[in-house]
Write a protein that binds this ligand. Sequence first.
Ligand SMILES: Cc1cc2nc3c(=O)[nH]c(=O)nc-3n(C[C@H](O)[C@H](O)[C@H](O)COP(=O)(O)OP(=O)(O)OC[C@H]3O[C@@H](n4cnc5c(N)ncnc54)[C@H](O)[C@@H]3O)c2cc1C
Length: 321
Amino acid sequence: MDTLIKLKFVVAGAIYENELLAPYTSFKIGGPAKYFAVIDSAKDLLKLVNEADKLKLPYLILGSGTNILFSDNGFNGLVIKMNNSKIKIKDETLEGEAGVLLSKAVGSALASGLSGLEWAVGIPGTIGGAICNNAGAYGGDLAQIIKEVEIVRNHKIRRINNKKCAFTYRSSIFKNKDHQDVILSAIFNLKRGDKNAIKSKMDEIILKRKQKADSYPSVGSVFKNFKLTAKEMEEFIIRHPDFPQDFIQHNTIPAAWLIESCGLKGQTIGGAMVSEKQAGWIINLGQATAENVIMLISVIKQQVRFKFNLQLVEEIEYKGF
Ligand SMILES: Cc1cc2nc3c(=O)[nH]c(=O)nc-3n(C[C@H](O)[C@H](O)[C@H](O)COP(=O)(O)OP(=O)(O)OC[C@H]3O[C@@H](n4cnc5c(N)ncnc54)[C@H](O)[C@@H]3O)c2cc1C
């Protein structure tokens, strides 16, 4: 039996061969996946992962593809798109399956008068992807509200608590390549709040996001910001007295500020360009390849290193390279 038939044999959901990945990402970049499955139940996921391991077929999990750059050659294995999408509110908790859009969780929290997810308004992607990345904005992140996460590890379903997720800035145990955990669902701890106050906080954030967003396809911020100690920040300001006062109190050097200071806004390679609106973003002008993006990233890193002696680190992930 060939691999596609074997995979189709074990799950009820759709499985395709040589499926182009670009349309499944916000960057609209990426070649084909050898195999591509859409999964909407834990039972199917377990069966599929068992079969992939039996066939020694590498696999990766895909949410909404808003933080991934796929190679132009695609992924020579199985891409599993999580499409499980149940969501439930109980008392002051929200339980959502991995394929639920974060925006849906934000909307449900608001509708139920639960506070704790306001910061997440406007962040694209799924709950699974957000947990993996410890997504965050405006002072909040997933690490602050996750109670527990249900995962598949070593072919068994387990529940792990917040501490075991090992959340750090834009990372978690799930980003660690040694683990092939699949997030099935999660429980968020929220607090009863005033609906109007929650809504106005969200409106305020939506407005701020709109002002800096670029409408071309992108993956948002390409690089992580630098978190410095107070002493490191002091030293940085001595060397760069033009550093804006606003950032000093957070001991953060935004990657966007470094890139803009290098005069890189609008820098273009092929179809990839440093956004004119938001220097931390690379946008796809229409025909960008992964190679264009990688080359542009390399130019940015070189110039920032040259001017500031700082090594930018990617927030996005490369897959299939
Ligand atoms: C316009 C724009 C704005 C953005 N703004 C922000 C922001 O403000 N803050 C922020 O933190 N991010 C931001 N992002 C980045 C991105 O939206 C988030 O990181 C998001 O949480 C990724 O979710 P996703 O479903 O798209 O994950 P994907 O990109 O599909 O995957 C990301 C990682 O998660 C893994 N993964 C996905 N689902 C699972 C699962 N079920 N089990 C195990 N692993 C899984 C993938 O394998 C991959 O390693 C932005 C992106 C865009 C395009």
